[in-house]
Design a protein around this ligand. Structure first.
Ligand SMILES: [Cu+2]
Length: 213
């Protein structure tokens, strides 16, 4: 009986982890005027989530915002700080003035509130970047590597610019959301496998006790 239990544990631990599968990672934060440099007293707020998939080399942006002082004129990701929040202002890494500019997947401009679910952008697509960022990094490959590392290390921020606050009205640092990959791999992961194995052991122990008694 003990060997059966050990075999179950071993089998559970040997289930293949989905390492080869792309695991999108969410980053984001709450947008506010207080987060800007310099801070402003915008009554607006909002939130943004950036879903980064370094394996598939894709990125998707989800945002909602409201209460801007004046219509928005730009929204994008700035990269790359050397430490989270420092220097407080760095250049624009993504498409200027905004994501998907002049395409059906464009971030809403000319509004004081809105929502945005972007297309899944390819990080290998030069049009996803601000040309100045690509030049600064020394090429498209380097720009992609820098942006991925910047997001993963909390060295980027997202902001929305308006006509009243051309330097930026709402901002957030992009930070890991919850620290868990999405979608979470259910089968084959070490921990769930271990939990399953422990459950099986408990059932075996309980049944054995029933037999003894
Ligand atoms: Cu900006």
């Amino acid at each position: 009986m003990r060997y059966v239990a050990l075999a179950i544990v071993a089998a559970a631990l040997m289930l293949p982890a989905p390492a080869a599968r792309a695991i999108p990672m969410p980053f984001g934060g709450i947008l506010s005027g207080a987060n800007e440099t310099p801070p402003n007293n915008s009554p607006g707020a909002g939130s943004v989530t950036v879903v980064l998939d370094p394996t598939a080399e894709t990125i998707q942006i989800l945002a909602s915002f409201f209460g801007l002082t004046t219509p928005d004129v730009a929204a994008h990701i700035h990269c790359c700080q050397t430490m989270p929040g420092n220097p407080p202002t760095v250049g624009v890494a993504t498409t200027v003035p905004t994501f998907g500019f002049n395409t059906p997947g464009q971030f809403p401009l000319g509004v004081t509130e809105g929502t945005y679910l972007s297309p899944i952008f390819s990080l290998e697509d030069p049009s996803f970047y601000n040309p100045a960022f690509v030049m600064l990094q020394g090429g498209l490959e380097q720009a992609e590597t820098a942006l991925i590392a910047g997001i993963e290390n909390g060295l980027t921020y997202f902001n929305i610019h308006t006509s009243q606050n051309p330097g930026g009205e709402l901002r957030t640092q992009l930070l890991p959301l919850g620290g868990v990959p999405v979608p979470a791999p259910i089968v084959g992961a070490g921990l769930p496998g271990l939990i399953l194995a422990c459950g099986a052991l408990l059932v075996l122990a309980w049944r054995r006790r029933q037999l003894v008694v």
